[in-house]
Design a protein around this ligand. Structure first.
Ligand SMILES: NC(=O)c1ccc[n+]([C@@H]2O[C@H](COP(=O)([O-])OP(=O)(O)OC[C@H]3O[C@@H](n4cnc5c(N)ncnc54)[C@H](O)[C@@H]3O)[C@@H](O)[C@H]2O)c1
Length: 318
């Protein structure tokens, strides 16, 4: 890959920054582009002096160009419910305008374009587990629609640029991913539980805690992205960990890993909260020879030091 240039939109975010690491590791030059809406410069701090790496602060809802690129990875978008509810309009804009601008750039430079979509495209699914062929069950006017519909639109624009402009595209449907560099306060289950457990606070469980989630450790997720990027598959591919846990099981695991004595506190389920979500990864297994290797308890252990430092840094700020 040496001499090849990749551009990562949302490069200062959780997944985008890990992707920058992986690309640099394979010899790519990398430009990370981000407006820092939900991402942080510190996620890229370790790359400051890295030859072949550049960070540009930019909002991709405006047209942009960073010179010749060979591959664009489009990851810019608020991703956690807390973030996309707070930045609803910005989420719709980056999924629509931002995606148009990204694909225009790919078209201009003859670059491939890899687009980050989401399991939220399946909504509150009527099929379980979710295969890529399932069209989803999304409430188009509910509070989560700013994200779900933005991502469904992102997929539609991506397919249109392929059909009408012959841009060489990839679409990954990402399921819940966790690991170092997640924001502490993004409202997602794992950072929430880790933070509460490390502070000795009650762990907040929504509903009765019997709704299930699957969680993929970040190194597995990035490995899936890299394999898909190198494949010829242009239809969506699920990348996630199919091992399902109830929220209650997850809470118990966090308590074990953090050696915390925190208790559980129950709160009402938010509107449109999916009750079950699990990827069918048969396609990724067959096509990419990919499957996750790091199971939840191991991933939580690998993430512990990051969360301990993040909690300590937040406490020191107060
Ligand atoms: N983390 C997950 O579990 C998960 C699951 C499904 C899909 N995804 C998708 O993966 C991508 C990355 O998610 P993440 O978890 O790293 O989130 P994140 O919030 O950490 O990263 C997103 C990045 O995009 C940037 N951004 C937002 N709007 C922008 C704009 N207009 N211009 C430039 N930059 C902008 C943010 O500042 C941030 O750095 C998103 O597209 C998200 O929808 C993530």
């Amino acid at each position: 890959m040496s001499g090849q240039r990749a551009l990562v939109t949302g490069g200062a975010g959780f997944l985008g920054s890990h992707l920058c690491d992986a690309l640099l590791g394979e010899g790519w030059s990398v430009i990370a582009l981000d407006n820092l809406l939900t991402g942080r410069r510190s996620n890229l701090g370790h790359l400051r002096n890295e030859a072949g790496f550049e960070f540009i602060e930019k909002d991709i809802c405006e047209p942009f160009d960073a010179g010749r690129v060979d591959y664009i990875f489009h990851f810019a978008s608020p991703a956690s419910p807390v973030d996309y509810m707070e930045h609803g309009i910005a989420t719709l804009k980056v999924g629509s305008l931002g995606t148009f601008h990204t694909l225009e750039l790919a078209k201009k430079h003859g670059a491939k374009c890899f687009v980050a979509s989401t399991s939220e495209c399946y909504g509150d699914p009527r099929e379980h587990p979710q295969k890529e062929t399932y069209w989803g069950h999304v409430n188009p006017i509910g509070p989560r629609s700013v994200y779900d519909e933005a991502k469904r639109f992102t997929e539609a624009v991506t397919m249109a640029y392929r059909r009408y402009h012959h841009v060489d595209t990839r679409i990954v449907r990402i399921f819940n991913t966790y690991g170092p560099r997640m924001q502490l306060n993004d409202g997602r289950v794992i950072p929430n539980f880790m933070k509460q457990a490390l502070r000795g606070q009650d762990l907040t469980v929504f509903g009765d805690g019997r709704q299930t989630r699957s969680f993929c450790y970040v190194s597995d997720e990035i490995d899936g992205f890299m394999r898909l990027a190198k494949s010829d598959e242009h239809l969506p591919v699920n990348i996630g960990n199919p091992n399902e846990f109830t929220i209650l099981e997850c809470a118990q695991m966090v308590l074990r890993v953090t050696e915390s004595n925190s208790k559980l506190r129950y709160e009402p389920l938010p509107q449109d909260d999916p009750k079950q979500r699990r990827p069918d990864i048969a396609k990724a297994r067959q096509l990419l020879g990919w499957e996750p290797k790091v199971q939840l308890e191991e991933g939580l252990r690998r993430s512990l030091e990051y969360f301990q430092k993040a909690v300590a840094a937040e406490t020191a700020k107060k």
